[in-house]
Write a protein that binds this ligand. Structure first.
Ligand SMILES: Nc1ncnc2c1ncn2[C@@H]1O[C@H](COP(=O)(O)OP(=O)(O)OP(=O)(O)O)[C@@H](O)[C@H]1O
Length: 387
């Protein structure tokens, strides 16, 4: 979708910003450009919408060499989100969002209708926020308007330059998550600049790690963290890259332990007998629909003896994550709820639990899979000790 062929840029004062850039962003893919200040990320991005012209090489968008495309027409196909957002202060949020559709000649009513849809999509109720002015929004809300505005004319390509850079870390993480779920539905081809390796690995399907003016490694987050191509990349991704891996390794059904299960309405005696055979010290408790309710301690069942139902002894368990979530989320849930395990659900269906030992094993399998260039499901450890 976006293709760089041996692209270089030398500024008029002789500064060589980038040199010999060749890479491709596939349709619907999100590629992050990450690297220290001044390494040429913004220059790379601004060449795609012709705000900067390359000195050598060529750039193709959708198979077409953009040097022959009228820049104004080109920019209509390319949404642009920048850190300072650049909203018009004297226009309402709705009119700001409707800017590009209005520019490309949509009728006012249709442009505003579309703008309202987009505001809704980025989590801003158009009824509440549509008539406000940018100064009446928080930094995070302004950032959302920036994203809504860039998407308003439904461009196939989105360029984002430090789009979440101006907000505090908590809001930033929320905006990142929101954007990822939005991207899962809109599937734009996205080029995103960041200087933050955490953001790059969280957001990118693939990452381009920049050294001075050139790409040192272009690969998936897992590969960049697991097998840095050069000492420079290893240093840039940091000594704690194993920890960062938690963000990019997802929880698979294979990673889970299957603890004994009891039902809320089950007699205590039946549950106790079943647990007795396994030696387990607790069981997961599900409700009548098979959804997670909580857990019950084996001790509590023994003490209750013949009386009552599991429901009377069960405790709620709020530590859960959806299957496919990053390991980091599971770890964070464990810490937040001070729990030794988290339940993993598929929708509301209980699949199993993730324990610290299983989490470690999943992480090691992913490292091993990357090192061997195979899928994670092909890596097996016989026991945690092997891992
Ligand atoms: N108009 C210009 N004239 C001369 N040099 C420039 C110009 N714009 C950028 N540069 C230089 O080109 C190099 C790359 O700049 P660029 O803005 O692309 O880097 P960056 O990786 O986006 O940095 P940052 O993260 O700080 O925004 C830098 O050395 C910068 O000083």
């Amino acid at each position: 979708m976006i293709r760089f062929e041996q692209v270089g840029k030398v500024y008029p004062d002789g500064t060589s910003a980038v040199d010999g850039l060749s890479f491709e962003v596939a349709e619907g893919e999100l590629v992050t450009l990450v690297g220290p200040s001044g390494c040429g990320k913004t220059t790379t991005m601004m060449m795609v919408n012709r705000l900067i012209e390359p000195s050598s090489g060529r750039i193709l968008v959708d198979g077409e060499d953009i040097s022959g495309v009228d820049p104004v027409k080109l920019r209509r196909r390319i949404g642009y989100v920048i850190q300072q957002v650049g909203l018009f202060p004297h226009r309402t949020v709705l009119d700001n969002t409707a800017t590009v559709p209005a520019l490309v000649g949509w009728k006012r009513a249709r442009a505003r209708e579309r703008a309202a849809e987009l505001l809704d999509l980025v989590g801003l109720d158009p009824k509440t926020y549509g008539s406000r002015y940018p100064a009446q929004l928080s930094g995070g809300q302004r950032q959302r308007v920036g994203v809504a505005r860039a998407l308003a004319a439904d461009p196939p390509v989105l360029l984002m330059d430090e789009p979440f850079g101006a907000v505090d870390p908590v809001v930033r993480e929320r905006l990142q998550n929101e954007f990822l779920s939005l991207q899962a539905t809109v599937r734009k081809t996205v080029l995103m600049v960041t200087h933050d390796i955490e953001e790059a690995v969280r957001m990118g399907d693939r990452i381009a790690v920049y050294g001075a003016g050139r790409i040192e490694q272009f690969d998936t987050p897992g590969a960049v963290l697991g097998s840095p191509a050069t000492p420079y990349v290893a240093e840039f991704v940091g000594a704690d890259r194993g920890l960062k891996r938690l963000s990019v390794t997802t929880i698979e059904p294979d990673d889970l332990e299957e603890p004994p299960v009891a039902r809320l309405d089950e007699p205590v005696a039946a549950a106790a007998a079943r647990l007795g055979g396994t030696g387990a010290r607790w069981a997961v408790v599900l409700n009548g629909e098979g959804d997670l309710h909580g857990w019950v301690a084996a001790d509590a069942l023994w003490i209750a003896g013949e009386h009552g139902t599991v429901g009377e002894l069960a405790r709620r368990m709020d530590a859960w994550v959806p299957v496919g979530a990053p390991l980091k989320q599971a770890f964070s849930e464990m810490l937040q709820h001070d729990a030794g395990w988290v339940a993993v659900l598929d929708g509301s269906r209980f699949l199993g639990v993730l324990t610290p030992a299983k989490l470690h094993e999943a992480l090691r399998r992913s490292v091993d899979a990357d090192a061997r260039g195979v899928g994670r499901d092909e890596v097996r450890f016989d026991s945690v000790a092997d891992a």
